[in-house]
Design a protein around this ligand. Structure first.
Ligand code: SAM
Length: 222
């Protein structure tokens, strides 16, 4: 279990009356939310029986009996509306599919807390193109680096820097943000040092490197 990642999700959650953890797997996050917000409604769902059984065991061991567990592909078969939906530990593409799985459910949800383990840039672009606004972001280092996005319905125009670095993160860079992008810069320098300008990815790597250097040097002024 990536404890720091789950704690970072817990910390960035808006205070709400009700939470749904989609793709709950072991159920640890739902349990952590229950402990932090004892008066809130907390539900959890998963697409598969196995994870739900594990979540059931987690709840049993913690003597928690008030977190209903639903078998549901995305939002489709969750019978209770929740103010905040959390979708964590999946790829950006899967997260977009879950957000689209029941448009009515999504329309009635106020906040979405999303933690893509891959494809974050694709997800940010998709959110901007599909009527979501990123309100808050963090980046946590827990063996790997995990971005966490808090969104609501609304319009947001993002430029290429916002999509790549995060509209909030790049304006409020943390030590973890600087560490992550410094590592990415080093990796790109290594790749580029063995590439020829005619190689397929040379131009795009070069462009990324330029953008990283710009952000590390000039922060939000780029
Ligand atoms: C890697 S686990 C992440 C578990 C937990 N959310 C976390 O962040 O630690 C991904 C979970 O998402 C579930 N999942 C994948 N696609 C889903 C979907 N369309 N609807 C609901 N759950 C899904 C999987 O069954 C699995 O239990």
């Amino acid at each position: 279990m990536k404890q720091k990642r789950l704690e970072a999700i817990l910390e960035i959650l808006p205070v709400c009356d009700s939470y749904l953890d989609v793709g709950c797997d072991h159920g640890y996050l739902a349990l952590m939310i229950r402990k932090k917000y004892p008066d809130a409604t907390v539900c959890a769902s998963d697409i598969a029986e196995g994870p739900l059984q594990m979540a059931g065991k987690t709840m049993e061991q913690a003597h928690v009996t008030d977190i209903p567990l639903y078998l549901s592909d995305g939002l489709r078969s969750v019978p209770v509306s929740c103010e905040c939906v959390i979708i964590a530990g999946m790829g950006g593409q899967t997260i977009t599919e879950i957000l689209l799985s029941d448009k009515k459910y999504a329309e009635n949800t106020k906040y979405f807390v999303l933690e893509p383990n891959v494809e974050v840039e694709m997800l940010r672009q998709w959110l901007g193109d599909n009527g979501f606004r990123i309100l808050d972001e963090t980046l946590v280092h827990d063996y790997k680096y995990y971005p966490i996005l808090v969104c609501e319905h609304g319009n947001q125009t993002q430029d290429a820097y916002d999509v790549m670095f995060g509209p909030v993160l790049r304006r409020q860079p943390t030590a973890v943000f600087t560490e992550y992008w410094t590592n990415e810069k080093e990796k790109l320098l290594t790749y580029l040092s063995v590439m020829k300008p005619t190689d397929k990815s040379y131009v795009s790597y070069h462009k990324r490197l330029e953008m990283i250097e710009n952000v590390l040097k000039n922060g939000e002024d780029c």
